[in-house]
Design a protein around this ligand. Structure first.
Ligand SMILES: [Zn+2]
Ligand SMILES: [Zn+2]
Length: 176
């Protein structure tokens, strides 16, 4: 298989064989030289690249989260996948933390919660989703929408570890 590379400056994707190799003699004229590889398009640095499992575009290792690119990951998040993902991480209190901070005015989540408390969080989340779906006007819907907060909670709050965890969960979810 060809070794696929992507430029970190101009995003150009190319085969490793097609890289530009530069010989640098550092002013020595006795035949000594070092070689450097760079992007054939702009001369920048490049990294190994792989394809996103969803859109098929090439990304560098640091741009992929368990085979998913950031854009495709974000697009998988909706009210249902968010709820399912949170419930899969019940022990980490994902849903409780989210509902307390986003829906109940920014309160901290208690460390120890009861079954009833968790159920109340589920009901609060579901009631909000129902209200969003039933909103009469687009303007009102936007006012009460929580999807941007759901996406931020998964994609941004825990940095790349959060994205990695979510992508892992998605990959396992799809095989079942
Ligand atoms: Zn380049
Ligand atoms: Zn993608």
């Amino acid at each position: 298989m060809n070794r696929q590379c992507k430029c970190t400056s101009c995003s150009y994707v190319f085969d490793f064989e097609d890289r530009t190799v530069v010989k640098e003699s550092h002013g020595f004229d006795d035949g000594f030289y070092e070689t450097f590889s760079c992007c054939p398009n702009c001369g920048g640095d490049f990294e190994d690249a792989a394809d996103c499992c969803e859109c098929g575009e090439a990304f560098t290792e640091s741009e992929l989260y368990s085979d998913w690119c950031e854009k495709c990951l974000r697009e998988t998040i909706n009210y249902d996948t968010f709820f399912e993902y949170c419930e899969a991480n019940k022990d980490e209190q994902y849903l409780d933390i989210f509902v307390m901070s986003e829906l109940l005015g920014g309160m901290d989540c208690p460390k120890w919660i009861s079954y009833d408390f968790h159920q109340l969080m589920i009901d609060t989340y579901k009631a909000r989703v129902e209200a969003i779906k039933a909103a009469m006007t687009e303007e009102y819907r936007k006012c009460i929408d929580i999807l941007p907060a759901c996406i931020r909670f998964i994609m941004d709050d825990d940095g790349s570890i959060g994205r990695e965890n979510y992508a892992d969960w998605l990959n396992k979810r799809e095989v079942k």
